[in-house]
Design a protein around this ligand. Structure first.
Ligand code: PCA
Length: 328
């Protein structure tokens, strides 16, 4: 009997992973941000699924690699996995900016449909770059942060504007603002030192960066909903056994749903926190909205032009899904 128990123990121990592997996962946004928290839950799920055979260690806040270094770090194998704002790669290929076309998809359901229309093509593009797309989660709708009232687009002329991708830089140009590219991690400092005076983002980033210390307005434009995506180095992914790869894939599916649900749940809460900290949170005036819609139309045309046939197919697929509910 004792012998049987002993061999069961041996069996149980040997059922564990033969060699535990550790993956560092750089993420650009604050440790407390919902994307980063979701990334940590994803890492935990992979650990449980693989019986600790693959341990993913999340490094938030750009602490391992800064936001604009993360894709390269994963491509070159300096990190096997990472997270980045997808539209930050719009300069490489217009398709990466599919989610930053103003007023194309402004609700969670619409963002979900647009993602379903885009993701296979995006996964293929990333695969050509040696990357495996795992999951993507939208930021809450984007609005305008400013100091003082903005009644019309003209009020924005000459304002120093923090951009986070090519689309936001273009938006600034078209409104007569002066764009400067700044990572969210450096946003508070840029506002404090006057390097930036306005920006477009979600309630989440305004809350994370406590921007009420410098700014007092949030115009709830609901202009677009950009996504962060999590991706792995293809060689590192392929070197895993099939079981671990399945764990990554299934944890990623869960993380996409869980992260999107969290984003949805928190969207209004973030706005209430901006207001609780003294900011005026309101819808844009009709004049401002009309001016921004004109700019959005120019940007949508420019995007369609740059994204060519691939872009046209994506827009067709998206239009064909109109009215469908979000995915389960
Ligand atoms: N926050 C990110 C991107 C979009 C958002 O809501 C940022 O401002 O960097």
């Amino acid at each position: 009997m004792k012998k049987l128990a002993a061999s069961l123990v041996v069996l149980a121990l040997s059922a564990g992973p033969l060699s535990a592997e550790q993956w560092d996962m750089p993420m650009a946004y604050a440790d407390s941000n919902f994307h980063t928290r979701n990334g940590k839950l994803f890492a935990e799920a992979v650990g449980v699924c693989t019986g600790s055979g693959l341990e993913i260690v999340v490094h938030g806040g750009g602490s391992l690699f800064k936001g604009n270094e993360i894709k390269r770090a994963v491509q070159t194998g300096q990190a096997p996995i990472g997270e980045r704002l997808l539209s930050a790669h719009q300069n490489e290929n217009a398709l990466f900016g599919y989610d930053s076309v103003p007023f194309l998809a402004t609700s969670y359901d619409a963002s979900d449909r647009l993602w379903r229309a885009a993701k296979d093509r995006l996964a293929a593009l990333l695969a050509e770059q040696g990357l495996v797309l795992l999951y993507a989660v939208p930021w809450p709708p984007q609005g305008l942060y400013a100091k003082g009232e903005v009644e019309a687009v003209d009020d924005l002329a000459g304002v120093k504007f923090r951009a986070y991708n090519a689309a936001t830089a273009r938006f600034a140009e078209l409104t007569g603002m002066l764009p400067v590219q700044i990572e969210a991690a450096e946003l508070s400092q840029a506002l404090a030192t006057g390097v930036a005076e306005a920006f477009i983002s979600s309630g989440a980033t305004g809350y994370d960066r406590k921007v009420w210390e410098q700014l007092d307005r949030f115009y709830d434009l609901q202009a677009w909903m950009p996504r962060n995506y999590v991706f792995a180095n293809a060689d590192a992914f392929d070197a895993l056994d099939g079981y671990a790869r399945n764990c990554l894939r299934s944890a990623a599916m869960l993380a996409e749903v869980a992260g999107t649900t969290r984003s949805r749940e928190l969207a209004n809460w973030y706005l209430s926190q901006l207001a609780a900290n003294g900011m005026t949170v309101e819808a844009p005036s009709e004049t401002l909205e009309a001016g921004l819609k004109d700019i959005g139309a120019v940007m949508a045309e420019e995007w369609a032009e740059a994204a060519g046939d691939d872009g046209a197919r994506l827009l067709d697929a998206y239009a064909g899904m109109a009215g469908q509910a979000s995915s389960p």
